[in-house]
Every structure is written in structure tokens, then in C-alpha cells.
Design a protein around this ligand. Sequence first.
Ligand code: BEZ
Length: 206
Amino acid sequence: MAKMRLYYSPASPYARKVRVAALETGLDKKIEPINVALTPTVPNADVDKHNPIGKIPVLSVKGMDLFDSPVICEYLDHQHKRRKLLARKGRERWVALRLQAMGDGLLDAALLARYESFLRPEDRRWPEWSQGQMKKIDGVLDQLEAEAKSLKRKPTLGNITVGCALGYLDFRFASHDWRAKRPKLAKWFAAFSKLPSMKATVPPPA
Ligand code: BEZ
């Protein structure tokens, strides 16, 4: 199989999804990781060459640049013979895709809130904007708590995404204490975090 190159940052939760998927499918050995630094205000010329949106992760393979994380994960899932991370059909597939949408939606809101508090100059910050993003995060967390049973232990594209999203909250929003009112979700995450693939991809200390 052609060697693949993954443009990533150890802090990116979207890249973490791909790295967990690569480890779970055994494809990590075929991937050359390229650690890049970028923010929305300081782009990376190398990443821009491979993704017109200027975002990571990007997987370069066979002369093709694949982005973003759902596309890369699905590509990887077609390149291995182990148990599939995304069921090809049936209810299981839609459960996983729906969980992925919730995890990615939580992350989209978390990143917007993070940029607002971290990147935007203080005098131009908009508290209602940040509150709006936090409301979306809490909405997803409450929904995940209500359906924690569907998360399961075996890694799927859906629960990997949710796991990486919760990991990002611990990394960048530690004071938000998402566990306080969500014991079932917290219990699931504690168990899921023990997977070697999750342990190997924990973001570095902030
Ligand atoms: C972060 O440092 O929070 C971050 C870095 C890259 C992508 C997304 C988030």
C-alpha cells in the first residue's frame, strides 16, 4: 500500500479522531505523521498547499489530498481487513454517523469558543457569542448523557468522535466541569479513555 502522510497537530481533536482510527485499524504503520503548527490567524503554507480550507487533518495518499476528518476516517476504514469502524449498512451505521455529527458539532462550537477567548483581542470579544457556543456544547452533552447506552465500548467512528470531543473539553475547557451533571457519560468516557489508541493520542499538557 502507498505510504500516506498525515498533516496534524497533537492538540487538534479532529486530527486525534484520525489518529485513533489509524491505530484501531492497524494503519498507523502506513502513515507518516507530519506535525504542523497553525491557527486561523497564522496559517501554515504547507497545509494550504494540500487543503484549500487551510485546516488539519489532511491525509495525502496516492497523489490525492483528503480532508476533513469524516472523509479521512472513512477512507482509512476502506483500507483494512479488521472490524469496520463504520458499519456498511443497517441501524449501526446511522447510530455511528449521528454520534459523529454530535461529536463534531460539539467540537465546532468548542473551537469557536476557544478562538473567541484565546485569539480574539480582548476589546473585540463578544460574550453572547461565546455563551451561544457553550449552550451548543451543553446541549450535545445533555443529549449524550440521555443516550449514553448507545456509546458502547467497541470503537466506532461515532464513539471515537465523541471520545475525542470530550477529551478536548478536558484539554481546553477544564473549568467547565462537564461531568458534574452527566454521570453516565463520565463513566463511559473513563472506560473508553483506557483504550491504548486513546491513551496514545492524549493532547500534550497545555
Ligand atoms: C488547540 O490548540 O486547541 C487546537 C489546535 C489545532 C486545532 C484545533 C485546536
